[in-house]
Design a protein around this ligand. Structure first.
Ligand SMILES: NC(=O)c1ccc[n+]([C@@H]2O[C@H](COP(=O)([O-])OP(=O)(O)OC[C@H]3O[C@@H](n4cnc5c(N)ncnc54)[C@H](OP(=O)(O)O)[C@@H]3O)[C@@H](O)[C@H]2O)c1
Length: 183
C-alpha cells in the first residue's frame, strides 16, 4: 500500500489556472494510453481539498449544470475543509479538517492493501509529505505553461525524489513517476 499524489500539471508547475479552470488540460482530450483507469483500480481511499471538491460539485452537480453526472468514485473519499460544503447524496464523502495523520490512518484502514490517492491540491499533498506520509508522486506534465494558478507542490523537496520512470504520451505529455526517499 502506498500513498500517491497522482495529478496532471502544466510545464511551469500549476495544476489549475488562476481561475481554477482545467480547460488547459481538457483541450488534450483523453490521454492515450490512459494510465488513470489502471491507477484508479488500485486505489482504496481518496483525499482532496475543498477547492477540488467544489470544482467537481460545480461542474457535475451544481444548480447550473444542465447534464449532472454521477459522483466519479466508488472509493471512500476524505475532503479536507474548515467550512460546510454542499453534500452530494450518493457520494461516500467524509468531511475532515486539521492534522492529516489521523485521517491517513482512517484512510489506510479503509483501503486495506490498496493505495491511497491524494488528488490535490498541491498543499494538501504537501501536508502528507511534511508528515512523512507521502510515498510517491505520479505527475503528467502537459506541454503548456500557465504563468500562475494552483501550485503543483508548494514545498521544498530535499532530499531529492527518486525518478522511477519517465514515459512520453503522444506529443503532449510526459508522465513522471517518483518515489519519496526514506518512505
Ligand atoms: N490538474 C489536475 O489533475 C488537478 C488535480 C487536482 C485538483 N486540481 C485543481 O487544482 C485546484 C486545487 O486547488 P487548491 O490549490 O486550492 O487546493 P485544494 O486542496 O483543492 O483546496 C485547498 C483548500 O482545502 C482546505 N484544506 C486543505 N487542507 C486542509 C486541512 N488540513 N484542514 C482543513 N481544510 C483544509 C482549505 O480550504 P477551506 O478550509 O476554506 O475549505 C484550503 O484552502 C482546483 O481548482 C482543482 O480543481 C487539478
Amino acid at each position: 500500500m502506498a500513498t500517491i499524489y497522482y495529478t496532471a500539471t502544466s510545464l511551469d508547475g500549476f495544476i489549475a489556472d488562476e481561475h481554477n479552470s482545467l480547460d488547459w488540460l481538457f483541450q488534450f482530450g483523453e490521454l492515450e494510453p490512459n494510465t488513470f483507469d489502471a491507477f484508479l483500480e488500485g486505489v482504496g481511499a481518496i483525499a482532496m481539498g475543498s477547492t477540488t471538491y467544489q470544482w467537481i460539485y460545480d461542474h457535475d452537480f451544481g444548480t447550473e449544470v444542465d447534464d449532472p453526472k454521477p459522483w466519479p468514485y466508488r472509493t471512500p473519499t476524505w475532503v479536507f475543509t474548515s467550512r460546510q460544503l454542499p453534500i452530494i447524496a450518493e457520494a461516500d464523502v467524509r468531511f475532515v479538517s486539521g492534522d492529516v495523520r489521523p485521517i491517513h490512518k482512517d484512510m489506510a484502514s479503509a483501503a486495506g492493501d490498496k493505495n491511497l490517492w491524494i488528488v490535490g491540491g498541491g498543499d494538501l499533498a504537501g501536508q502528507f509529505y511534511d508528515c512523512g506520509l507521502l510515498d510517491e508522486l505520479v505527475v503528467s506534465v502537459a506541454s503548456v505553461t500557465l504563468d500562475g494558478g494552483a501550485p503543483l507542490f508548494p514545498r521544498r523537496i530535499d532530499p531529492p525524489l527518486k525518478l522511477l520512470s519517465a514515459k512520453p504520451y503522444g506529443h503532449d505529455f510526459v508522465e513522471l513517476h517518483y518515489s519519496v526517499p526514506g518512505q
